[in-house]
Design a protein around this ligand. Sequence first.
Ligand code: GLA
Length: 743
Amino acid sequence: MIDVIDNKYFYLHNGAVAYLFGLLPNQQLGHLYYGEDLGELSADDLAYLTLHKNKASGTVKYSKKIKNFTLADHMQEYPTYGTSDFRESAISLEANDTYLYPDFKYDHFKITTGKSRKITVPASYGNDSENLTIYLKDTERQLELELSYSIFEESTAIVCKAKIVNYSQFEVEIKNLQSSVLDLPTANYNFLQLSGAWTKERHIITRPLTQGITKIESLRGASSHQENPFIALVDKNVTNDTGNIYASNLIYSGNFISQVEVDEWGQSRLMTGINPATFKWKLAPNQDFSTPEAVLFYTNDGFNGLMAQTHDFVTKHIIDQKWQKRDRPIVINNWEATYFDFNEEKLLKLATQAKQLGIECFVLDDGWFGKRDSDNSSLGNWTVDRKKFPQGLDHFSAQVHKLGMKFGLWFEPEMVSADTELYQEHPDWVVRHPYKRYSVGRRQYVLDFANPAVVDNIYQHMAKIIENAQVDYIKWDMNRNITEAYSPYLHSINHPQGEFFHRYIQGVYHLYAKLLTSFPDLLIEGCASGGGRFDLGILYYSPQIWPSDDSDAAERLDIMSGTLLAYPLSTFSNHVSAVPNDQVKRITSLKFRQNVACFGPLGYELDLGKLSTEEKNQIKNWIRWYKENRKLLVNGTFDQLLKFDPSQNTYAWSVSNSNKQIVGFYRKLARPNETLDQYLPLKHLNDHQKYQINSDQMVSGRVLQKFGLREPYQFNASNPDTAQISGDFQSYLYQIKTIDRKI
Ligand code: GLA
């Protein structure tokens, strides 16, 4: 999969994709190609791919010795600023307050196979990888730059990262070190981002690229509700199944940038990495620093092709394989059922009702500890509230286990409230600037997770509870962003405060790693006021994340459609909640809510005691059906059958495996005589197989794939005589099964 040609060209390819770069005349690395596999390359092919036009005449030459060479003319692998390229660079270093203009020249390379899963740092893994590391040296400064690339079987993903080693006698300050750079020859793309806000995360937004920088970023200490590190460059004529897309994502949960710069000749430079605006790292002699990994994706098959790539990659190379094999439990979470108003008796009733409906795990949300009757107290006081649980948490958990259910517990490990001993005894454990003024968020403070003693202390508290109460599942929440960032700990060890945000997130990963080492079977669900930290870093440890505090099914259609561009169904949990919905006050039917929530790990978050017998029966039957189809709904192949449109009213989703496909139709608002423009050709069926649609029609795979699935005839809002489904917020599920007949 990795060919090194003439010690000059580096060619990663696997049939699905090719990534090619080579040495430039100045011995830096020049990018040549990323796209469909080019097969075997001859010397003529390589010479042709290397040709370039000298466009930047009149601008600065790289050096007097190398004739007619300016870096601005070239696509590069890891551009540095300060010689002849004035675009944004991937690296920026200083020593003694003086800017360095590093000149990293190729030295040697190393190829290895396989990447093991290491719990300490989130990163891609897999036995099927081939890995190339290029070592570049700046001999004058005695610095080494290592650029690493991994390619996996059958995947178009290329994983990149950079590492810098200081072999000099002097301290160097890293001000910027990006994880990946992808130079592309054109700018004929739309920039796609997943953006939003609390309760409306990861909505798809696109805008055309133009000269200059198009950027998304986070400065909040978490990847954020507002922007997700995933971005894509999509062909202007992209459809669900055709068109080029380049995308990138970052295996990181802290402050990031993902940006594209279009230069004066219409070339694009896509870069992603730690946000340099809040970053500064002290690199002492003989120390090194590695960036988080970035992942590049390519497809020529439109949005569904992109999802095939991103989903496959996250499933095989990010999430712990253990959770792909085990069924994700159907949960009942008491948050929207009770908020802070509960006691043992009330919860046990809820758990008992849930068990009767087939629910498998009881998750005790916020409010079980300290004196937490509202959100202004007790974070950091991780001792059970005896008023609510007179016989202790262990007793309550035992009761839940006795019902035959798993027991889940909410924590917000990174936070502290002012009324706790933790806060009073350790004022220097809190993120706080020496300035007097500091901001409060949700009436709580952030613990200094850059300080290993803080992480260890929280670990001790959590481990004791997990052990004693036999906790099976944790919901790990994080409900405020970081303001006035300042680590008393970094000050005490004389490190720059610019290290804070990165060390903070390393502290978060460290706590995850410690917990999962002690309790390898613990299922940790990530959460940050819903989807405020939904990224590949968290997914490395948490196989699923609560994607949004908005549990309204109609809102979730957009949240899930956006999320699915980058992350598979198994990564987010969907809860059926009460109506009117608590966030938007919308009323939708139980059927609609369940039809949306079944795409992915399912849960319930409402007071089951308030439901009618008919509704309870509906849920019971639904859960029985969900369990039969859970593997398909959580791990199947997902496709969008209708094209994304910012004012989308109708959605058609499908999920398939080798013998079954489920297609969900959803319509938000009823419109008179609305029809779809087309029948919906299905995918992943066998042309020569017969399929049964629900329990009636039998159709060949060929017809379903070429002619397509007819839209549900029941959707007809304007003719009350024929309409079987009418009104707002309606849905319909098709189940398409193979029947034992070849044709
Ligand atoms: C956050 C979470 C919610 C819930 C509350 C509890 O907002 O996203 O699901 O756990 O905190 O305070």
